[in-house]
Design a protein around this ligand. Structure first.
Ligand SMILES: CCCCCc1ccc(-c2ccc(S(=O)(=O)CCO)cc2)cc1[C@H]1C[C@H]1c1ccccn1
Length: 235
C-alpha cells in the first residue's frame, strides 16, 4: 500500500477505534434511545463548558452486509441521499482509493451559528482469520486543509466518528453461493465524538443530538436496505 501524508494518522485512529468498539456501555453511559434492535447510548461530558458528549450506537440490520453498509456510508455519491442535516458536501482531496478528504456545511440549527466540517474519511476491511466474515469500518476524522479555510461566521466543528460493521451468516447453506439476504445480518457499532467547535447551550445541543442521531441512523440503515434489496450481495 503506498503511503500518503495522513497514513500514520489514519492507522493510529483506526487502531484506537478497534480497541474502543468492544468497550461495554454498562458504566457511565445512558441509554437515550431504543427502537427495535437500535440502542443509542450517550455519556455526558463537557470540555470548557462545551458539550462534547460521546455517542455510541448498536444496531442489528437484517439483509445487508457490513461491506454494503460501510460502502454506502463512505461513498461520496450517496451522501446527500441519506444525509438530511447537510447543506453541502464535497471531496477536496483523494489520498488513496480508500481515503479522501471532504468538506461539509451543516444545516444551521437556529439560534446557533452554522457549522462546517472537514474530515479525512477512510474505509477498511479487517479480515479476522478465525471469524468467517470480515469486519468493515469507516472512520471520519477532522483534519485541516488549505481548500477548507475556516470562514466566519461559520464555526468549524471537530469530530471523530466510526462505523464498524460485522456480517453474520445465519444458518449458512452448504453451498456459500446459495446464501440469500434472509440468511445475512449486520451488527453495526457507530461511535461519534463531536465537539461543536464553539459554545452551544448544553440543553439545546443535547436535545439536537438526542433527536438527530437516532433519526440519522434509522434513515441511513433504511436507505441501504432499500438500495441493496434486489442487488447481488456484496460480502
Ligand atoms: C448547534 C448544532 C451543532 C451541530 C452539532 C453536530 C454537527 C455534526 C454532527 C455529525 C458529524 C458527522 C457525522 S458522520 O456520521 O460522520 C456523517 C458525515 O456526514 C454525523 C453527525 C453531529 C452534531 C450533533 C448535533 C448532532 C447531530 C447528529 C446527527 C446529525 C446532525 N446533528
Amino acid at each position: 500500500k503506498d503511503k500518503h501524508r495522513l497514513s500514520d494518522d489514519v492507522e493510529r485512529i483506526v487502531q484506537e477505534h478497534l480497541k474502543y468498539v468492544s468497550e461495554d456501555v454498562s458504566h457511565g453511559w445512558d441509554l437515550i434511545h431504543q427502537d427495535g434492535e437500535m440502542k443509542v447510548y450517550r455519556r455526558e461530558v463537557e470540555e470548557n463548558g462545551i458539550v462534547v458528549d460521546p455517542l455510541k450506537c448498536f444496531h442489528t440490520i437484517k439483509g445487508v452486509t457490513g461491506h454494503e453498509l460501510c460502502q454506502y456510508f463512505w461513498e461520496f455519491q450517496y451522501r446527500m441521499d441519506w444525509e438530511t442535516t447537510l447543506d453541502s458536501t464535497k471531496i477536496i482531496e483523494v489520498l488513496d482509493p480508500d481515503t479522501m478528504v471532504f468538506f461539509q456545511v451543516h444545516k444551521r440549527v437556529w439560534p446557533a451559528a452554522q457549522r462546517d466540517s472537514c474530515f479525512w474519511s477512510h474505509i477498511r476491511c479487517i479480515s479476522n482469520s478465525e471469524e468467517d466474515q470480515p469486519t468493515w469500518l469507516v472512520v471520519n476524522y477532522t483534519t485541516s486543509h488549505p481548500l477548507a479555510p475556516i470562514k466566519s461566521p461559520q464555526v468549524r466543528l471537530v469530530a471523530n466518528v466510526a462505523l464498524i460493521c460485522e456480517t453474520i451468516i445465519c444458518e449458512p447453506p452448504l453451498n456459500p453461493q446459495d446464501i440469500k439476504r434472509e440468511n445475512i445480518q449486520c451488527k453495526l457499532t457507530y461511535v461519534a465524538f463531536v465537539n461543536p467547535g464553539g459554545w452551544v447551550p448544553s440543553a439545546a445541543l443535547r436535545g439536537v443530538a438526542k433527536r438527530e442521531y437516532p433519526r440519522f441512523l434509522k434513515r441511513f440503515t433504511s436507505y441501504v436496505i432499500e438500495q441493496t434489496r434486489n442487488k447481488p450481495i456484496l460480502f
